[in-house]
Each structure stands twice: as C-alpha cells, then as structure tokens.
Ligand binder design. Structure first.
Ligand code: NAP
Length: 313
C-alpha cells in the first residue's frame, strides 16, 4: 500500500483510507472490528470518523474499541461541529464548544490524542479566528496533532489560511470535500485553494455511495441490502439517467484497459497528486480488500484526459 504525505506535513497515510460513517449504523461492533482488521491486513493505516457518525458517537466508540492495542501505528481523523444534541447547544466552532467536543471524542475513541481534528462544516455564526485559536490550543496541549477543515469553499479555505498565518496559529492541513467521478464541482474553487495553500485533499463519497462500484444497473431496482436500496426515494437523484450515462461510459473505458469501474473510481482519485487518501466507506471486509487493491492503477495523462471528458458534467 502506497503511503502519502498528509497535506504538506511529514505525516504519512495510506493512499486508501477507511471512511467510518457506516460504523455504529449499518455496521455493528463486531462488523466494525472485521472491517478494521481487514483494513489493517490490507496495509491501511488511516481511518476517518466524526463525532456525529453512528447515532452521535457510536462510530468513534466502535472504532476506538477495534483499534485498541494498535493505536500508535494508526492515523485517526475525526470531526466536530455538527449538532450532537436535541436542542442545538452542542454544535459549531466556538471555543466553548470545541473544548467540550474534543474531550467527548477522546473519551469515545479511548485515546489521549487525535491525529487529525477536522471542522466538519463552516460555522457562519463564529469567526474563523475564534475557532482556529481554540484548535491551536488543543495542538499545544497535545490533544490534537493536526487540523483539517471539511465542506469549506475555496474562499473559506483561503480566509482560514490567511488568518492562521497572520496570527501564527496552526493551519488546516487538509480539506475534506465531496469529490468523485460523478461530482467534480470542487475542481473550480476548492482544489485550486488546496494547491495554493498546500492542503491535502480527502475526497468523501469517492464511490458516489456505491454507484461507482458497478453494482447499480440502469432500470433495475437497487440490490437488496445496499445503501441506495435503504435510501428509497432519496436514491433517485443518485441513480439518475445523467449519472448512469457517465457510469456506463466509464465502465467501457475501464474495460478497454482491462480494469473494473471500481479500479477506475479509486485509481483516478489516487492518480491526482493533491489527494492524500481516498477514504472509501465499506460494509464488509471483502469491500475493504477490493477497495485497497483498486487504487494501484496509475492512469497516463492520455487516460486522465479521456476520463475528464467522459465525466464532465
Ligand atoms: P462512498 O465511499 O462513496 O461509498 C461507500 C459505500 O459504497 C459503502 O457503504 C458500500 O455500500 C459501497 N461500497 C464500498 N466499497 C464497495 C465495493 N468494493 N463493492 C461494492 N460496494 C462497495 O461513501 P461514504 O462511505 O459515505 O464516504 C466515505 C467517507 O467519507 C465516509 O465514510 C466518511 O468518513 C466521509 N464523509 C464525510 C462527509 C463530510 O461531510 N465530511 C460526508 C460524507 C462522508 P453498501 O452499504 O451498499 O454496501
């Protein structure tokens, strides 16, 4: 498994990571363990969770239990900021909330440090300076090693970077945003901002919730037990004719090169230098093994151009 620098830091993460938002939801504690062990056997060292995943806390808790005894060899990323209670007090990027949120995550993860602590969404009610000052304190206290942002726009990344540099604070070193062959909208503003300020990109929904694995077929019901089957009506926009047009062309392109659609989805992301790790989610150990193996095809410039044309909106 290839290791890559997390942004411009010296920390190395596996180019395939595990997205942990199924843990505590569709994956119970035992299945979480199976997935984590399968990831470790495949050379994966990077796990991305959030306080809110798995009914507000179970993902962190199950991940913490699964990695017990192996913690020092792993890179664990989590997030704060999404609402964690009924009345909306536990959310956002204020100093008061962050200081509480980090303690709660450390406890659930059964650890005394978080490798990458990410602001899940921008908080338009709190100045970024306040958030960065509080996060910087956590780094100095040793509770957190690196900082990241998620769902920030290009200007918000730029504003946060300028604020951190201007105040001499620790900067965001990663951006986690929606990015796959089905949705390339961050190429306009977010990726240029990441390149300019040296942030590593962690693409979420890299498999478009499974659409880019080839298991959904145009005109057929989603297979039983899959994520999109469980979404019911909500799955309609994911399973649109436009998306199937792209998926079918990508499948033919990959087949011409003796690869699968899954290989293409994972390897296209891994071929982009700004990507630190492709954090695909999984609900079985077999999926983890397939995803770990799928990212090793290095597409040529010609392949990349062809794929860009096919996947253009
Ligand atoms: P994803 O990686 O696009 O899709 C994962 C789903 O695809 C799995 O649940 C599984 O679906 C299916 N799958 C995976 N590997 C497969 C394989 N080899 N063969 C067949 N099906 C396969 O989406 P995601 O897990 O939601 O996103 C990845 C990670 O990004 C999350 O886990 C989370 O850490 C992060 N994320 C972050 C944000 C944010 O706002 N920052 C938002 C969303 C996600 P089935 O359930 O059908 O088996």
């Amino acid at each position: 498994m290839e290791l890559r620098k997390l942004g411009s830091t010296g920390l190395k993460v596996s180019v395939v990571g595990i997205g942990c938002n199924n843990f505590g939801g569709r994956c119970d504690e035992n299945l979480t363990k199976e997935i984590v062990y399968s990831a470790l056997d495949s050379g994966i060292n990077f796990f991305d969770t959030a306080d809110v995943y798995g009914h507000q806390g179970l993902s962190e808790e199950y991940l913490g239990k699964a990695v017990a005894g192996k913690r020092k060899d792993l890179v664990i990323a989590t997030k704060f900021g999404m609402q964690m209670d009924k009345d909306g007090r536990k959310k956002g990027g204020s100093r008061r909330y962050i200081i509480q949120a980090v303690e709660d995550s450390l406890k659930r993860l059964h650890t005394d440090y978080i490798d990458l602590y990410q602001q899940h969404f921008p908080d338009d009610e709190t100045q970024i300076e306040e958030t960065l000052c509080a996060l910087d304190d956590l780094v100095h206290q040793g509770k957190v090693r690196y900082l990241g942002c998620s769902n920030f726009s290009g200007w918000q990344i730029s504003d946060a970077d300028w604020t951190a540099r201007n105040r001499g604070l620790n900067r965001f070193i990663t951006a986690q945003n929606l990015y796959s062959l089905i949705d390339r909208s961050i190429e306009k503003e977010v990726i240029p901002a990441c390149q300019q300020y040296g942030l590593g990109l962690l693409p979420y929904f890299p498999l478009a919730s499974g659409l880019l694995t080839g298991k959904y077929i145009r005109g057929s019901e989603p297979p039983k037990g899959t994520r999109l089957a469980s979404w019911g009506e909500r799955a309609k926009s994911a399973l649109s004719d436009n998306n199937f047009d792209i998926v079918e062309k990508l499948t033919s392109f990959a087949a011409k090169k003796d690869h699968s659609l899954l290989d293409l989805a994972m390897s296209w992301l891994a071929s982009l230098p700004q990507i630190s790790s492709v954090i695909a989610g999984a609900t079985s150990k077999e999926q983890v093994q397939q995803n770990a193996a799928a990212a090793s095809w290095r597409l040529t410039d010609e392949d990349m151009n062809e794929v860009h044309i096919i996947s253009s909106p």
